[in-house]
Ligand binder design. Structure first.
Ligand SMILES: Nc1nc2c(ncn2[C@@H]2O[C@H](COP(=O)(O)OP(=O)(O)OP(=O)(O)O)[C@@H](O)[C@H]2O)c(=O)[nH]1
Ligand SMILES: [Mg+2]
Length: 469
């Protein structure tokens, strides 16, 4: 089913869905919302809600009253009710929201009553799916809402907001329009070459090339967006006692890890989630790597190696006063190819007076070196800047829109398709050869915004949303 098959405002199933729309937990949240959408939403609302006095059931007006159990008339919660009649609602269907007290029990009871009164429990993302099917949002906006909910940093939320505003939809739809224009010109020539003015292939080629370039830029920028959305896993590794746990504590600004002067203190992998300059990060403190007969330590070291292999970036810590050793070099050789690596000389404060830190620096031109003191905090800002810069997070500030994984795959495939069209052009093939992959590229961009997308794909996208959205 595509959007075109569904008349605006229609409900393909004809049923009314209900879900708790807010995060609920015992003892938390002062307000919780149960949301209903569908043709029976108002009927169910009226059955469950008692509004005293002469309050009118007008659309977009808040009613005050009580949710009651129609079976015995007992009051379940004191609440507000918000009625939004179609099509002026998120789903473009009739929507009723019960704003109940927070916590777990009352809100669950209200949901149960709504289900008993004829609503069906909504699947994940089903409200958004209806909003999409009824033409209220395109797919990029719907996905941006889910990204807003999942955002772990201010910058990620800003990117999501740009998506909700339609920034990505406009970019993609604009590129698709340009391709459609070219396709129309080409197809017209395929059918009516002699009736039309001649087509300048170089202009068509230039336009396809320009769109391809823009798609590739979007694909490249999406990696930065991913950093903001998903965060970086950064492993701190090094020999025992070089100060890995101290660095974790410094960056997370709390005493997260145990620090002692005994080598081999950290045995297990320790994770700490934090934000550095607005970029979400999971920092991994690891057991110091060295040969040992201690069984527990050996297991810890094995985990250190795994963390090293699975990290997006590695901070390799060494002891500045001791200098770069053969053991440090061996550790560096363990870092997988292509993983951003930063060499961090620690204990700057303990360097003998007069000794320049540069003297202790290893011969590793490929990895930047930063000198810090995890004890005093000296060099912390340099380290953060070097880490983010090294991971490509430095260019995040100028980022306007960012494709998610699904969108990136489609955009990359569209760019590849255009490349093949350009090859056909360069080989001087007839117009219809140009159009084959061009059509595929247009369909790919249509799948990003949802103009051309199958029901199976839609189900998959919306099933990743949370319940009640
Ligand atoms: N002078 C000085 N001492 C430090 C610094 N950073 C850590 N230390 C000390 O070095 C010792 C080891 O620190 P940890 O943070 O436990 O080192 P680690 O690398 O986690 O050690 P393991 O868990 O055993 O591998 C402790 O006594 C720390 O106080 C520093 O910047 N300067
Ligand atoms: Mg430690």
């Amino acid at each position: 089913m595509t959007r075109g098959d569904v008349p605006i405002g229609a409900n393909p199933n004809g049923d009314t869905i209900a879900a708790i729309a807010t995060a609920v937990a015992a003892g938390a949240g002062s307000v919780a919302i149960v949301r209903l959408s569908g043709p029976a939403a108002e009927v169910i609302g009226r059955r469950l809600f008692l509004a005293p006095g002469d309050q009118a059931w007008d659309s977009h007006r808040v009613l005050y009253g009580h949710v009651v159990d129609p079976a015995d008339g007992r009051r379940v919660d004191e609440a507000l009710l918000l009625l939004m009649r179609a099509p002026r609602s998120f789903t473009r269907e009739d929507v009723v929201e019960f704003h109940c007290h927070g916590g777990l029990l009352a809100v669950r009871r209200v949901l149960e009553l709504a289900l008993a009164a004829g609503a069906r429990l909504a699947g994940p993302g089903e409200f958004s799916q209806r909003a999409f099917l009824n033409g209220r949002l395109d797919l990029t906006r719907a996905e941006a809402i889910a990204e807003m909910i999942a955002a772990r940093s201010r910058r990620a939320a800003e990117l999501a907001m740009a998506g909700i505003d339609g920034g990505l939809q406009r970019r993609i739809a604009g590129l698709r329009e340009r391709l459609l224009d070219q396709l129309a010109e080409l197809e017209a020539r395929v059918d009516f070459e002699e009736d039309l003015p001649p087509l300048d292939g170089t202009l068509v080629r230039a336009e396809l090339e320009a769109v391809r370039g823009e798609l590739e830029r979007l694909v490249a920028e999406s990696r930065q967006g991913e950093l903001l959305r998903e965060g970086l896993r950064v492993a701190i590794v090094g020999r025992p006692n070089v100060g890995k746990s101290s660095l974790l504590n410094l960056l997370s600004r709390r005493e997260r890890a145990i620090v002692t002067d005994l080598p081999g203190t950290t045995r297990d992998l320790l994770e700490s989630d934090l934000l550095l300059d607005g970029v979400p990060l999971t920092l991994l403190d690891t057991a110091g790597i060295r040969p040992t007969d201690d069984r527990v330590e050996q297991l810890g070291i094995e985990r250190s190696r795994q963390a090293l292999a699975g990290a997006d970036a590695v901070l390799l810590l060494f002891d500045l006063p001791v200098g770069w050793t053969a053991a440090d070099q061996e550790l560096m050789d363990l870092v997988p190819e292509g993983v951003p690596l930063l060499l961090v000389g620690n204990k700057l404060d303990a360097l003998p007076p007069g000794a320049a830190p540069a003297e202790a620096v290893p011969p590793a031109p490929e990895a930047p070196v930063v000198a810090i003191s995890a004890l005093t905090g000296a060099g912390r800002d340099d380290l953060v800047a070097a880490l983010l810069g090294h991971c490509g997070a430095g260019e995040l500030q100028g980022l306007q829109v960012a494709l998610n994984g699904r969108q990136r795959e489609l955009a990359a495939a569209a760019a590849t398709g255009l490349e093949r069209s350009l090859e056909a052009a360069d080989q001087g093939l007839p117009w219809d050869f140009w159009t084959i992959d061009l059509r595929g590229a247009i369909a790919g961009l249509g799948a990003i915004t949802g103009e051309e997308v199958s029901e199976a794909v839609l189900e998959r996208i919306f099933s990743r949303f949370c319940i009640g959205k």
